[in-house]
Design a protein around this ligand. Structure first.
Ligand code: NCD
Length: 362
């Protein structure tokens, strides 16, 4: 019973680290529920559909003052910590506003220089301290796997709290991938959904964590083709390709961007993640070939979707913003709704939103 309630408890760290993402995924749940939200491998298709459905219900409920007040009551007695040890505006504000929407009380640490880490405290001790005050931790950290480490650590204390990964190293950004899925689903609502679509990823795929998480989530949809467009040095990791092979996904690798555009249903642009450079190496690569410019629009399907996790640099010309296929500003808005949905699911209050929504439409 204890095991099912807290499957990470008692698992030695060395054993845990040897597991693959798919093997770890069930350890982050509780019974059949999501508890920690750390890696894309935790989200199967029913869970993805549930979160999208709930996000849409929340945005409908939020249309009236009564609905907003109802939502603000849902997690009113709960507190969350936003621990962001890496730059962020969008994801931070998205979680902040999603949390406020459902009534969470939020505390934040955004600069480890203001925490006792400056006095030599380990990041593990810092987060364990924060966790004592709150019911949930939402964290971004430059070290890949650190959120998993904290989830493991807290799960082996007397007072575990759920940990949500808001971006970990070059590794994963599962909640960005959730909002990408939500945006794709809405974009293709009249065209049979995400199944059967061709998604083209462009840019720094080696170090772009959002692409890594989204490539994983897309394996949950039928017959989705994935195309990875990057200079050879910045191509997608072998681990992701192995996962796609395992899932039987059709994929292609290329560095010829324009040639991929006519057949694309979605084009997912990303920036060069040069903060990870060792010695300015990406500056020596001609990345201008991986930018979407106005003249490319004519090559694309009239109902294709253009996505970007943002922040953007020169990957998408600003004049494309006005094109109806540009979905990146919608992604930002969708992120708030789907993160609110995730918070409700983790806090096990989603059923109340369902009931309110049922009354609304009956
Ligand atoms: C992304 C990230 O932090 O990985 N930003 C975001 O959260 N939307 C993408 C990026 O920084 O390029």
């Amino acid at each position: 019973m204890l095991y099912r309630d807290n499957p990470l408890k008692g698992v030695p760290w060395d054993d845990f680290q040897k597991l693959t993402g798919s093997q770890k995924a069930p350890l982050f749940g509780r019974g059949r529920r999501l508890y920690h939200a750390l890696i894309a491998q935790q989200f199967d298709r029913p869970m993805l559909e549930r979160l999208c459905e709930l996000a849409t219900k929340i945005r409908q409920i939020a249309k009236t003052r009564g609905g907003l007040l109802f939502l603000q009551d849902l997690l009113r007695e709960k507190r969350a910590m936003l621990y962001f040890a890496q730059p962020s505006t969008r994801t931070f504000l998205s979680f902040y506003n999603a949390g406020q929407l459902v009534g969470l009380h939020l505390a934040e640490v955004r600069d480890t220089a203001t925490s006792s880490e400056i006095k030599g405290e380990s990041p593990e001790d810092s987060v364990r301290t924060f966790s004592s005050y709150v019911d949930m931790i939402i964290m971004r950290h430059p070290v890949g796997g650190f959120a998993e480490r904290i989830a493991w650590l807290l799960s082996n204390t007397d007072r575990p709290v759920p940990v949500i990964n808001a971006g970990s190293g070059k590794d994963q950004h599962p909640t960005q991938a959730l909002l990408d899925i939500y945006t794709l689903q809405r974009s293709f609502e009249q065209r049979g959904g995400i199944d059967g679509k061709r998604v083209v990823f462009v840019g720094d795929l080696a170090r772009g964590r959002t692409v890594r998480s989204l490539a994983w989530l897309l394996t949950q949809y039928r017959d989705v083709q994935q195309v990875f467009v990057a200079p050879p040095e910045l191509q997608i990791g072998q681990d992701i390709l192995a996962a796609l092979d395992h899932a039987g996904v059709h994929y292609e690798l290329t560095s010829d961007f324009a040639q991929t555009l006519p057949a694309a249903d979605a084009v997912y642009m990303t920036r060069i993640q040069d903060e990870w450079d060792q010695a300015g190496e990406s500056g020596r690569i001609d990345t201008s070939r991986f930018q979407l410019r106005a003249e490319h629009l004519a090559l694309m399907k009239p109902d294709a979707a253009i996505l970007h996790p943002l922040p953007r640099r020169a990957e998408i010309a600003a004049e494309i913003d006005a094109d109806p296929r540009a979905m990146y500003w919608r992604q930002v808005r969708n992120g708030m709704w789907i993160r609110a949905a995730l918070l409700l699911v983790i806090a096990e209050r989603d059923g109340e939103a369902d009931r309110y929504h049922d009354d609304l439409i009956s």
